[in-house]
Design a protein around this ligand. Structure first.
Ligand SMILES: Nc1ncnc2c1ncn2[C@@H]1O[C@H](COP(=O)(O)OP(=O)(O)OP(=O)(O)O)[C@@H](O)[C@H]1O
Length: 310
């Protein structure tokens, strides 16, 4: 079954087109990362899935049902971690989870859920005294109530420390392994690349890339960037490097030389420098990162061009 199906969905808020003719299908059991810069339209899509808002045009289906006409049935089977959430200051963590259990009519053990998100020791404390990360963990516990078929998380790692972010990723994987579909938004490719089966990059309401993490990585060309510290540098040497097979760019900044090249050309670059009488004091290799690709897909020059899906 297709867990989420958006067909030609547009959402306008007055003059602002938050989502622009978006068609996207997420398969059952998939972990899907929805990426995009601030204002790209991620939260708007999530609100459309949950029928918090309605599309200007197009249709939204979730878990095989119409997101509008059958929103209650959808929400019963969905666990949500919203972007902006509210904890009841005077209720304890356990009371929050109890409340979610009663609302969903399930027989979950609140303590087991609190333990799963790492705040079992704070279950009796009022949520108003929780740190931001603890409140986030509490909201995660309530999202997991009723072993939902679909988990929709808006920026799940924001506010979490590195350990918390890793635990979140572990929970996302464990939920997928038990059969759930996970759809989550993020600004950060670092967060999605470790867990996602597929990634969609949204920019100004349009889908500008849709691929597996491996596929996206391939688009970076597997390129390498060499950062070389040399005792001297000249235009002649730079030009020799630029004309060398496998080298796509070579720039110098004082004694630091940045060379972008195929991974197989790294040794030749060093050999060329030595052959030119340049002493290599130090060098480091960086792979072209997915973060670079994300920025490339979402910079304004590209966004201004008709945003074709690539
Ligand atoms: N209720 C609303 N009324 C008017 N404009 C809105 C409303 N909700 C969202 N927008 C606009 O729609 C666009 C998309 O916003 P959205 O919150 O979906 O982006 P986002 O990708 O989730 O951003 P962020 O990463 O900053 O949370 C923005 O230009 C935003 O100002």
């Amino acid at each position: 079954m297709t867990a989420i199906e958006l067909s030609s969905v547009t959402k306008r808020f007055g003059p602002v087109t938050a989502v622009d003719d978006l068609t996207l299908a997420i398969e059952d059991g998939e972990i899907f990362g929805f990426l995009g810069p601030n204002g790209a339209g991620k939260s708007t899509v999530i609100s459309l899935l949950l029928d918090f808002i309605r599309p200007t045009a197009g249709t939204v289906r979730v878990l095989g049902r119409d997101a509008q006409a059958e929103s209650l049935a959808v929400r019963e089977r969905t666990g949500v971690l919203p972007d902006a959430y509210h904890v009841y200051d005077r209720l304890t963590g356990r009371q929050h989870v109890d409340f979610a259990i009663r609302s969903k009519g399930t027989d979950d053990d609140p303590d087991a859920l609190l333990e799963r998100v790492g705040i079992e020791d704070a279950g009796d404390r009022k949520a108003g005294t929780y740190s931001k990360g603890m409140a986030q963990r509490l909201m995660l516990a309530t999202a997991l109530v009723g072993t939902p078929e679909l988990l929709v998380f808006d920026e799940p790692t924001t506010g979490l420390d590195p350990t918390g972010a890793r635990e979140m990723r572990d929970i996302i994987r464990a939920e997928r392994d038990r059969g759930a579909t996970v759809f989550f938004s993020s600004h950060s490719l670092h967060q999605v690349e470790a867990v996602c089966d597929r990634v969609g990059i949204l920019n100004r309401g349009r889908l500008v890339a849709l691929d597996s993490v491996a596929g996206l990585r391939e688009r970076t060309g597997g390129g390498a960037r060499l950062r070389i510290t040399a005792d001297q540098m000249s235009d002649a040497v730079l030009n020799t490097l630029r004309s060398q097979d496998g080298v796509t760019a070579a720039e110098a900044d004082g004694q630091t030389l940045l060379v972008t090249c195929d991974p197989g050309a790294k040794a030749d670059v060093i050999a060329t420098l030595r052959g030119s009488g340049v002493d290599v004091v130090d060098f480091a290799t960086e792979t072209t990162s997915l973060e670079d690709l994300f920025i490339d897909y979402t910079t304004d020059e590209r966004a201004a061009a008709p945003g074709e899906q690539r």
